[in-house]
Design a protein around this ligand. Structure first.
Ligand SMILES: [Zn+2]
Length: 227
């Protein structure tokens, strides 16, 4: 596969970036949501350029000095041929092949965002801590906020909140055993129904269910995770 075919595949075949195509979802959002996607693209690009994606070893030193029609050259990029050199991108692609992608929230890195949420979450709820640690351990998307009340009129404060582009956000409630008490349940339900009526998505994470199952069921919010 040539470099241009690779680019075409990245553009038209979301399979390269992992997962099945979903209606209207572009490639770039998927590259951001799947922490491994960019690394897979880099591995494929290294192979196209005759490099061993694990070691960087040149597999075509005697066949292709800088570029050939098997890798970077095509008739479309003829004017650029003198400037194309596969060796120029090798080290960068090797780095990318080892990378994972993480969304940076409010100028914070992934680890900074985790620490920021850890500080703000309800320290008395062990389930909140477990949820957050699980999200991080599996390389999923971290929440944008903790202890956030998106609507002053709705009597509900989300334990964690995810922004959504072009829609009201996602409210995550971590329900420990104290939420099973009947009076508490009624209040919880009222507040959360109000949020749903307003267009927010509500996800309840329960203490008596498997974290993995509950997170996996909402993979469109939390991401597919790193296996
Ligand atoms: Zn070549």
């Amino acid at each position: 596969m040539s470099y241009e075919q690779l680019l075409d595949r990245i553009t038209v075949d979301p399979g390269v970036c992992g997962g099945k195509p979903e209606g209207g979802t572009g490639v770039w959002p998927r590259l951001l949501e799947d922490p491994q996607a960019l690394a897979r693209v880099a591995v494929e690009a290294l192979q196209v350029c005759h490099f061993n994606p694990a070691t960087g070893e040149d597999g075509a030193a005697d066949l292709c000095s800088r570029a050939c029609y098997e890798c970077l050259l095509s008739y479309r990029n003829q004017p650029d041929h003198p400037r194309l050199d596969r060796h120029a991108i090798r080290d960068y692609l090797l780095l990318l092949a080892q990378s994972t992608t993480a969304r940076q929230a409010a100028g914070r890195t992934y680890e900074e965002q985790y620490a920021w949420l850890e500080e703000r979450r309800d320290r008395s709820s062990s389930l909140e801590g477990e949820f957050l640690a699980y999200i991080r351990r599996t390389g999923r998307r971290l929440p944008d906020r903790a202890q956030y009340r998106p609507e002053q009129d709705a009597f509900a404060e989300a334990d964690f909140f995810y922004e959504r582009e072009g829609a009201r956000g996602v409210c995550v409630f971590c329900d420990g055993p104290e939420h099973d008490e009947p009076g508490r349940q009624a209040r919880d339900t009222l507040g959360r129904t109000t949020l749903e009526d307003l267009g927010y998505r509500v996800i309840m994470v329960r203490h008596d269910g498997s974290l993995e199952d509950q997170v996996q069921r909402n993979a469109d919010v939390f991401g597919p995770g790193v296996s």
